[in-house]
Design a protein around this ligand. Structure first.
Ligand SMILES: Nc1ncnc2c1ncn2[C@@H]1O[C@H](COP(=O)(O)OP(=O)(O)O)[C@@H](O)[C@H]1O
Ligand SMILES: [Mg+2]
Length: 255
C-alpha cells in the first residue's frame, strides 16, 4: 500500500513538473504570452502553476492569486485559455448569432471569434453571479484568456459530477434544477448542462463552462433550456434510477 501511494505521488509530481516545463518552454504562442502578461500586471495572478484540465475548447490552469482587490480572499485563480486553432468556430457562431448582445459585432478571424467567446463567458459568469447561482466568480478576461475563482478546496479543483458517487442524489438534483431556475430568472440559459460541466464541492453542485450560455431573448433559448433539463434528468435516471417527469420539472424551472 505504502509503495503504491509513494509511486502515484511521485507520478503526480512528475506530471506537475512536465506540465510546468511545457509552460516554461513556450507552449503558448506570442499573442497568448502578451495577453497573459496583463494578468500579472494587473496583479490578478503572480504565478502560473500547471494544467489541471484539458477541456473541449480550452486548457485550464491553476495560478497563484496576486494582490489585486479583485481576487481578495482567493489563494488561487483558475485561468482558462481558449484554443484558437482547434476551436469549433461554427458551433461558437451558432450560440452568438441570435444573442442580441452580439448582433452588431462582426468577427473577422478565428481569433476574433474566440475573443468574443471569451468575453461572452465572462459576461455570462457575471450574470450568474448576480443571479446568485453557484458558479465561478469572474475576475478578468483579456484576449482568449479568462480568470475566475477556483471551485474546490485549497489548491484542489472539485471533481465533476460524473467522477463521483453522490450520497444524496435526489437532493443534489433538486439543487441543480434550482440553479438552472435561478439562472433562467436572471435571463440566462446555460445551454451545455451535463455531468461534465457541474463540479461537486462539499456536496454542493456548481455550474461551470458558461461560454455557450445565451440570454433568454435568443430565439433558441427555450430549446436550449429543454435540452439542459433533459440532459440532467437522463443522467440522474441512468446513474441513480431517479425518475422525474420532464413536463413537471420544466414547469417548476419556469416558475
Ligand atoms: N473554476 C474552476 N474551478 C475548478 N475547476 C475548473 C474550473 N473551471 C474549469 N475547471 C476544470 O476544467 C475542466 C474544463 O473546463 P471547462 O470550462 O468545462 O472547459 P471546456 O469548455 O473546454 O469544456 C472542467 O471539467 C473542470 O474539471
Ligand atoms: Mg466543459
Amino acid at each position: 500500500m505504502g509503495t503504491r501511494m509513494g509511486k502515484s505521488k511521485a507520478r503526480a509530481r512528475k506530471y506537475k513538473l512536465r506540465e510546468q516545463a511545457k509552460v516554461d518552454t513556450g507552449i503558448f504562442d506570442e499573442k497568448t504570452m502578451v495577453n497573459l502578461g496583463k494578468f500579472f500586471n494587473k496583479k490578478i495572478i503572480e504565478k502560473l502553476n500547471f494544467v489541471i484540465a484539458r477541456g473541449k475548447e480550452a486548457d485550464i490552469y491553476i495560478a497563484e492569486a496576486g494582490s489585486s482587490e479583485k481576487v481578495r480572499g482567493n489563494q488561487f485563480v483558475i485561468m482558462k485559455f481558449f484554443r484558437v486553432e482547434t476551436s469549433s468556430f461554427f458551433k461558437m457562431e451558432d450560440y452568438m448569432i441570435g444573442d442580441p448582445r452580439f448582433s452588431r459585432i462582426k468577427a473577422t478571424s478565428k481569433y476574433e471569434v474566440v475573443k468574443l467567446w471569451c468575453a461572452k463567458e465572462f459576461g455570462n459568469l457575471e450574470i450568474a453571479g448576480k443571479a446568485r447561482v453557484n458558479a465561478p466568480r469572474p475576475f478578468m478576461f483579456n484576449g482568449s484568456i479568462l480568470a475566475m475563482s477556483l471551485i474546490g478546496d485549497d489548491a484542489t479543483p472539485a471533481p465533476r459530477l460524473r467522477d463521483i458517487e453522490l450520497e444524496f442524489p435526489e437532493e443534489t438534483l433538486d439543487v441543480i434544477l434550482e440553479e438552472i431556475r435561478k439562472l433562467y430568472r436572471g435571463n440566462l440559459v446555460h445551454s451545455d448542462i451535463s455531468e461534465y460541466n457541474i463540479l461537486m464541492s462539499d456536496n454542493v453542485p456548481y455550474l461551470i463552462d458558461f461560454g455557450q450560455a445565451v440570454v433568454t431573448a435568443h430565439p433558441k433559448a427555450m430549446d436550449f433550456l429543454s435540452r439542459d433539463i433533459s440532459n440532467i434528468l437522463s443522467y440522474f435516471e441512468k446513474q441513480y434510477g431517479i425518475n422525474r417527469e420532464f413536463a413537471e420539472v420544466y414547469k417548476t424551472v419556469m416558475k
